[in-house]
Design a protein around this ligand. Structure first.
Ligand code: PDD
Length: 286
């Protein structure tokens, strides 16, 4: 049985209910986080809670819990679910008013807090060895992609675009520059140098993005954080995607053309090994 949390109560997910008047449902007016849990320890939980706080502040929605409060709820949810490794989904919306109105409700309307957990999916060895296929598309999202809001229609359309083409992810370009994937950060390797676009309002500040850059720094892998032209992405030796649930995965074809020699490259394999080592030594031990 999966245990969820709704507004102060832990209950079976199948019994969890929110109102159809909830602004998350009516307007996509909410924030979310996806937090990986290794050996029942929420990884980089402070960073996820800080990112949530930034999203809520930008949405002008009062944060219903402080960091200690969030950690207590997440810890209890993890303890009540059956898996050692989990993916915790956390959502805060502006709550349910009595009538539909774009403008914010009054202070009497409380935020809705919902959490659930799922087993953490680890990428299959075959997928890691072969890499995944990606397509590209114009980044049609709004200009606050740094906020992790539940208004995800554009991301859903863009991910489905990948699925429709038999691919795993869509790589997004805006005005000729790489932004990110529909639900991942995108890294480029050329001539032994790892490159990734800088954080801005056009992309989500990925927690895994930070981990990958930290690992590059720790292990002395040459790297640059700078704007990347679409042409540079198409001429890459290696492309990787990263996210809390996918870790680091090689992209071996883009729009049906091979990336580099079309095989998972050596730096991607190296980064994957560093990431697994980091998981064993740090993530599972707090
Ligand atoms: N998505 N960019 C976008 C648009 C994302 O949705 C995500 C993660 C990332 C990677 O961020 P992080 O490393 O913090 O997971 C980048 C989550 C996993 C999701 O929506 O399920």
């Amino acid at each position: 049985m999966i245990t969820a949390y709704v507004n102060g109560s832990y209950l079976p997910l199948a019994e969890a209910r929110v109102s159809p008047m909830d602004r998350g449902f009516l307007f996509g007016d909410g924030a979310y986080e996806v937090i990986p849990v290794y050996s029942r320890r929420a990884f980089r939980v402070d960073e996820h809670i800080a990112r949530l706080a930034r999203t809520l502040a930008a949405m002008r929605l009062a944060n219903p819990h402080d960091a200690a409060g969030w950690k207590a709820i997440i810890g209890e949810l993890v303890a009540r679910n059956p898996w050692e490794d989990q993916s915790v989904y956390l959502q805060v919306t502006r709550g349910a008013d009595t009538r539909r109105n774009h403008a914010f409700p009054g202070p009497e309307v409380k935020a809705t807090v919902f959490l659930m957990s799922e087993p953490l999916p680890v990428p299959a060895p075959a997928q890691l060895a072969a890499g995944v296929a990606a397509v590209s598309a114009a980044d049609i999202r709004w200009l606050r992609c740094d906020l992790k809001t539940v208004s995800m229609l554009a991301n859903c359309l863009l991910r489905q675009h990948a699925i429709d083409h038999g691919c795993a992810e869509t790589v997004l370009f805006r005005d000729g520059f790489l932004t990110e994937g529909s639900a991942s950060s995108i890294f480029v390797v050329k001539d032994g140098v790892l490159r990734v676009p800088p954080k801005s309002h056009l992309m989500l500040p990925g927690i895994t993005y930070d981990v990958v850059l930290e690992l590059a720094r720790t292990h002395g892998l040459a790297h640059e954080v700078r704007e990347l032209l679409e042409a540079e992405v198409r001429a890459a030796d290696e492309l990787w995607l990263s996210s809390s649930t996918k870790e680091v995965l090689p992209i071996t074809t883009l729009d049906g053309r091979p990336v580099g020699d079309g095989r998972a490259g050596p730096l991607g394999r190296q980064m994957y090994a560093w990431y697994q080592e980091f998981k064993r030594t740090v993530m599972r031990n707090g």
